[in-house]
Design a binder for this molecule. Structure first.
Ligand SMILES: *[C@@H]1O[C@H](CO)[C@@H](O)[C@H](O)[C@H]1NC(C)=O
Ligand SMILES: *[C@@H]1O[C@H](CO)[C@@H](O)[C@H](O)[C@H]1NC(C)=O
Length: 268
Protein backbone atom coordinates (compact mmCIF):
# COMPACT_ATOMS: atom_id res chain seq x y z
CA UNK A 1 0.00 0.00 0.00
CA UNK A 2 1.38 3.36 -0.97
CA UNK A 3 1.93 5.84 1.79
CA UNK A 4 -0.87 8.40 1.57
CA UNK A 5 1.14 11.53 2.20
CA UNK A 6 0.00 15.03 1.54
CA UNK A 7 2.09 16.58 -1.18
CA UNK A 8 2.67 20.20 -1.81
CA UNK A 9 2.01 20.57 -5.51
CA UNK A 10 2.19 23.78 -7.49
CA UNK A 11 0.75 25.91 -4.76
CA UNK A 12 -2.11 23.61 -3.78
CA UNK A 13 -2.09 21.00 -1.08
CA UNK A 14 -3.65 17.63 -1.75
CA UNK A 15 -6.15 16.18 0.70
CA UNK A 16 -4.87 13.94 3.49
CA UNK A 17 -6.52 10.54 3.78
CA UNK A 18 -7.71 10.05 7.32
CA UNK A 19 -8.16 6.28 7.34
CA UNK A 20 -5.14 4.06 7.74
CA UNK A 21 -4.74 0.28 7.69
CA UNK A 22 -4.62 -1.29 11.13
CA UNK A 23 -1.54 -3.30 10.26
CA UNK A 24 0.42 -0.23 9.23
CA UNK A 25 -0.09 0.91 12.76
CA UNK A 26 1.04 3.83 14.76
CA UNK A 27 4.04 5.03 12.82
CA UNK A 28 2.10 5.67 9.62
CA UNK A 29 -0.62 7.39 11.55
CA UNK A 30 2.06 9.53 13.16
CA UNK A 31 3.50 10.45 9.78
CA UNK A 32 0.06 11.38 8.55
CA UNK A 33 -0.55 13.51 11.56
CA UNK A 34 2.72 15.32 10.95
CA UNK A 35 1.74 15.99 7.39
CA UNK A 36 -1.65 17.21 8.48
CA UNK A 37 0.12 19.47 10.90
CA UNK A 38 2.16 20.83 8.03
CA UNK A 39 -1.01 21.63 6.13
CA UNK A 40 -2.55 23.48 9.00
CA UNK A 41 0.74 25.26 9.43
CA UNK A 42 0.04 26.93 6.11
CA UNK A 43 -3.35 28.31 6.98
CA UNK A 44 -3.04 32.05 6.90
CA UNK A 45 -3.72 34.01 10.06
CA UNK A 46 -3.70 37.54 11.39
CA UNK A 47 -2.24 38.37 14.79
CA UNK A 48 -4.52 39.91 17.37
CA UNK A 49 -2.89 41.44 20.42
CA UNK A 50 -3.95 41.30 24.03
CA UNK A 51 -2.27 42.81 27.05
CA UNK A 52 -3.03 42.22 30.72
CA UNK A 53 -1.25 45.19 32.26
CA UNK A 54 -3.21 47.58 34.52
CA UNK A 55 -1.31 50.58 33.18
CA UNK A 56 -3.75 52.85 31.36
CA UNK A 57 -1.39 53.12 28.38
CA UNK A 58 -1.79 49.37 27.93
CA UNK A 59 -5.22 50.12 26.49
CA UNK A 60 -3.39 51.27 23.38
CA UNK A 61 -2.11 47.75 22.71
CA UNK A 62 -4.82 45.60 24.30
CA UNK A 63 -7.34 44.55 21.61
CA UNK A 64 -4.81 45.58 18.99
CA UNK A 65 -3.61 44.01 15.77
CA UNK A 66 -0.14 43.52 14.32
CA UNK A 67 0.74 45.57 11.22
CA UNK A 68 3.90 45.66 9.10
CA UNK A 69 5.45 48.97 8.12
CA UNK A 70 8.90 50.54 7.76
CA UNK A 71 10.54 47.07 8.02
CA UNK A 72 9.11 46.58 11.52
CA UNK A 73 6.08 45.08 13.25
CA UNK A 74 3.76 47.50 15.08
CA UNK A 75 0.67 47.24 17.21
CA UNK A 76 -2.33 49.45 16.42
CA UNK A 77 -5.98 49.25 17.55
CA UNK A 78 -8.41 47.17 15.50
CA UNK A 79 -12.04 47.68 14.56
CA UNK A 80 -14.95 45.24 14.94
CA UNK A 81 -14.07 43.50 11.67
CA UNK A 82 -10.46 43.01 12.84
CA UNK A 83 -9.07 45.62 10.48
CA UNK A 84 -6.31 47.90 11.74
CA UNK A 85 -7.35 51.40 12.73
CA UNK A 86 -4.64 53.76 11.49
CA UNK A 87 -3.41 56.23 14.13
CA UNK A 88 -3.87 59.11 11.68
CA UNK A 89 -6.15 59.63 8.69
CA UNK A 90 -5.17 58.92 5.09
CA UNK A 91 -2.06 56.86 5.70
CA UNK A 92 -0.53 55.90 2.31
CA UNK A 93 -0.07 53.13 1.49
CA UNK A 94 -2.74 51.86 3.90
CA UNK A 95 -1.56 49.91 6.96
CA UNK A 96 -0.94 46.27 6.12
CA UNK A 97 -1.93 43.76 8.80
CA UNK A 98 0.29 40.74 9.32
CA UNK A 99 -1.27 37.89 7.29
CA UNK A 100 0.99 34.88 7.29
CA UNK A 101 1.76 31.27 8.03
CA UNK A 102 4.51 28.90 9.15
CA UNK A 103 6.98 27.39 6.73
CA UNK A 104 10.48 25.98 7.00
CA UNK A 105 13.23 28.57 6.73
CA UNK A 106 15.49 27.70 3.77
CA UNK A 107 19.03 27.63 5.17
CA UNK A 108 21.33 24.61 4.93
CA UNK A 109 23.41 25.97 7.80
CA UNK A 110 20.51 25.70 10.22
CA UNK A 111 20.57 22.13 11.42
CA UNK A 112 17.99 20.94 12.29
CA UNK A 113 16.02 23.27 10.01
CA UNK A 114 13.95 25.93 11.76
CA UNK A 115 10.29 26.61 11.21
CA UNK A 116 10.02 30.18 9.95
CA UNK A 117 7.13 32.59 9.68
CA UNK A 118 6.16 34.51 6.56
CA UNK A 119 3.63 37.25 5.94
CA UNK A 120 2.37 39.21 3.01
CA UNK A 121 3.78 42.73 3.19
CA UNK A 122 1.41 44.18 0.62
CA UNK A 123 -1.59 42.90 -1.32
CA UNK A 124 -0.55 44.52 -4.56
CA UNK A 125 1.89 43.16 -5.50
CA UNK A 126 1.24 40.09 -3.31
CA UNK A 127 4.65 39.73 -1.71
CA UNK A 128 5.83 37.49 1.11
CA UNK A 129 8.60 38.33 3.56
CA UNK A 130 10.16 36.54 6.53
CA UNK A 131 9.27 37.71 10.01
CA UNK A 132 12.38 37.74 12.18
CA UNK A 133 13.87 39.15 15.36
CA UNK A 134 16.88 41.42 14.97
CA UNK A 135 19.73 39.80 16.89
CA UNK A 136 21.14 43.09 18.12
CA UNK A 137 18.01 45.02 19.06
CA UNK A 138 15.41 42.22 19.55
CA UNK A 139 12.95 44.20 17.39
CA UNK A 140 10.47 42.21 15.31
CA UNK A 141 11.16 42.95 11.65
CA UNK A 142 10.36 41.66 8.19
CA UNK A 143 12.53 41.20 5.15
CA UNK A 144 13.69 38.86 2.42
CA UNK A 145 16.08 35.95 3.00
CA UNK A 146 19.18 38.10 2.65
CA UNK A 147 17.91 40.57 5.22
CA UNK A 148 16.79 37.93 7.70
CA UNK A 149 19.32 35.11 7.49
CA UNK A 150 21.74 36.54 10.10
CA UNK A 151 18.94 37.03 12.62
CA UNK A 152 16.50 35.01 14.71
CA UNK A 153 14.18 33.45 12.11
CA UNK A 154 12.72 30.62 14.20
CA UNK A 155 11.71 28.32 15.63
CA UNK A 156 8.25 29.85 15.31
CA UNK A 157 5.46 27.75 16.70
CA UNK A 158 2.01 27.89 18.23
CA UNK A 159 0.86 27.29 21.78
CA UNK A 160 -0.45 23.86 22.70
CA UNK A 161 -4.04 24.81 21.85
CA UNK A 162 -2.75 26.45 18.62
CA UNK A 163 -4.31 29.77 19.59
CA UNK A 164 -1.14 31.74 20.32
CA UNK A 165 2.19 32.38 18.61
CA UNK A 166 5.44 31.41 20.30
CA UNK A 167 9.09 31.75 19.36
CA UNK A 168 12.00 29.72 20.64
CA UNK A 169 9.60 27.80 22.87
CA UNK A 170 7.89 30.64 24.72
CA UNK A 171 5.67 33.73 24.45
CA UNK A 172 8.32 36.34 25.14
CA UNK A 173 6.67 39.14 23.17
CA UNK A 174 6.53 42.73 24.38
CA UNK A 175 5.26 46.04 23.05
CA UNK A 176 7.76 48.88 23.43
CA UNK A 177 6.83 52.56 23.36
CA UNK A 178 8.72 54.16 20.50
CA UNK A 179 6.56 57.26 20.48
CA UNK A 180 7.42 60.62 21.92
CA UNK A 181 4.13 60.74 23.77
CA UNK A 182 2.65 62.88 21.02
CA UNK A 183 2.12 59.96 18.71
CA UNK A 184 4.80 60.96 16.25
CA UNK A 185 7.10 57.96 16.36
CA UNK A 186 7.28 57.63 12.60
CA UNK A 187 6.91 61.01 10.98
CA UNK A 188 3.28 61.95 11.06
CA UNK A 189 2.03 58.37 11.01
CA UNK A 190 1.55 58.03 14.74
CA UNK A 191 2.91 54.50 15.01
CA UNK A 192 3.95 54.08 18.61
CA UNK A 193 4.04 50.49 19.89
CA UNK A 194 6.72 48.33 18.31
CA UNK A 195 6.82 44.57 18.78
CA UNK A 196 9.95 43.12 20.41
CA UNK A 197 10.96 39.66 21.60
CA UNK A 198 12.46 39.50 25.08
CA UNK A 199 15.01 36.92 23.94
CA UNK A 200 17.04 36.95 27.17
CA UNK A 201 13.96 37.06 29.42
CA UNK A 202 15.34 40.07 31.27
CA UNK A 203 12.91 42.80 30.25
CA UNK A 204 15.03 43.86 27.27
CA UNK A 205 17.96 44.86 29.45
CA UNK A 206 20.35 47.00 27.44
CA UNK A 207 17.92 47.12 24.51
CA UNK A 208 15.53 49.69 25.89
CA UNK A 209 16.03 53.27 27.07
CA UNK A 210 15.55 54.03 30.73
CA UNK A 211 11.89 54.70 31.43
CA UNK A 212 10.79 53.54 28.00
CA UNK A 213 7.46 51.77 28.53
CA UNK A 214 7.15 48.10 27.81
CA UNK A 215 4.19 45.71 28.13
CA UNK A 216 4.04 41.94 27.83
CA UNK A 217 1.65 41.03 25.03
CA UNK A 218 0.05 37.85 23.73
CA UNK A 219 -0.09 37.23 19.99
CA UNK A 220 -3.34 35.49 19.22
CA UNK A 221 -3.78 33.67 15.91
CA UNK A 222 -6.93 34.64 14.09
CA UNK A 223 -7.34 32.19 11.23
CA UNK A 224 -8.54 33.60 7.96
CA UNK A 225 -11.72 32.00 6.68
CA UNK A 226 -11.52 29.68 3.68
CA UNK A 227 -13.42 32.31 1.74
CA UNK A 228 -10.82 34.97 2.50
CA UNK A 229 -8.00 32.60 1.58
CA UNK A 230 -9.60 31.54 -1.67
CA UNK A 231 -10.23 35.14 -2.67
CA UNK A 232 -6.62 36.06 -1.98
CA UNK A 233 -5.27 33.08 -3.91
CA UNK A 234 -7.43 33.90 -6.91
CA UNK A 235 -6.35 37.51 -6.86
CA UNK A 236 -2.71 36.54 -6.56
CA UNK A 237 -3.07 34.07 -9.42
CA UNK A 238 -4.70 36.65 -11.63
CA UNK A 239 -1.87 39.06 -10.98
CA UNK A 240 0.75 36.43 -11.65
CA UNK A 241 -0.84 35.58 -14.98
CA UNK A 242 -0.79 39.19 -16.02
CA UNK A 243 2.81 39.44 -14.90
CA UNK A 244 4.08 36.31 -16.63
CA UNK A 245 2.24 37.30 -19.80
CA UNK A 246 4.12 40.57 -19.68
CA UNK A 247 7.40 38.79 -19.02
CA UNK A 248 6.87 36.43 -21.94
CA UNK A 249 6.52 39.33 -24.29
CA UNK A 250 9.79 40.89 -23.23
CA UNK A 251 11.75 37.66 -22.83
CA UNK A 252 10.89 35.65 -25.89
CA UNK A 253 12.41 37.14 -28.98
CA UNK A 254 11.99 33.87 -30.87
CA UNK A 255 8.73 34.78 -32.67
CA UNK A 256 10.33 37.93 -34.05
CA UNK A 257 13.34 35.94 -35.24
CA UNK A 258 11.01 33.43 -36.87
CA UNK A 259 9.16 36.19 -38.61
CA UNK A 260 12.43 37.41 -40.01
CA UNK A 261 13.24 33.96 -41.28
CA UNK A 262 9.85 33.78 -42.96
CA UNK A 263 10.44 37.10 -44.61
CA UNK A 264 13.78 35.88 -45.85
CA UNK A 265 12.12 32.68 -46.98
CA UNK A 266 9.58 34.55 -49.04
CA UNK A 267 12.24 36.84 -50.45
CA UNK A 268 14.26 33.85 -51.51
C1 LIG B 1 6.58 18.78 7.47
O1 LIG B 1 6.94 18.10 6.30
C2 LIG B 1 8.31 17.91 6.14
C3 LIG B 1 8.52 17.30 4.77
O2 LIG B 1 7.64 16.25 4.52
C4 LIG B 1 8.84 17.07 7.29
O3 LIG B 1 10.22 16.88 7.15
C5 LIG B 1 8.55 17.76 8.59
O4 LIG B 1 8.94 16.95 9.66
C6 LIG B 1 7.07 18.08 8.72
N1 LIG B 1 6.86 18.91 9.88
C7 LIG B 1 5.79 18.83 10.63
C8 LIG B 1 5.72 19.75 11.79
O5 LIG B 1 4.92 18.02 10.45
C1 LIG C 1 16.57 41.94 -0.08
O1 LIG C 1 16.40 43.03 0.79
C2 LIG C 1 17.46 43.96 0.76
C3 LIG C 1 17.15 45.02 1.77
O2 LIG C 1 16.96 44.48 3.02
C4 LIG C 1 17.61 44.54 -0.61
O3 LIG C 1 18.72 45.41 -0.64
C5 LIG C 1 17.79 43.45 -1.62
O4 LIG C 1 17.77 43.98 -2.91
C6 LIG C 1 16.69 42.41 -1.50
N1 LIG C 1 17.00 41.29 -2.38
C7 LIG C 1 16.13 40.80 -3.27
C8 LIG C 1 16.58 39.64 -4.06
O5 LIG C 1 15.04 41.29 -3.43
Amino acid sequence: MALPLGIFLGGSVTAIPVVTGVAEGVSHQKKQNEEAANQTRMIKFNMLISCDSDDELADEVDNGILVLRHDKAWIVPRDKTNKPIPPVQNIQPPLHAFAGFYIQYPDDNRNPPERGLVSTISDDPPMLNWIYIDRRTFEAKYGNRTASIEHIVGEWDWTEDESGVILDGWEGFVAVDEGDGEGTAWGAEGLRWALYFDANDDGLKGKRKKGQKMFEVVLERRLQSEEEQLKQMQEAEKKMQVKSAGDLKTQFTAPAAERKRNVWGRKD
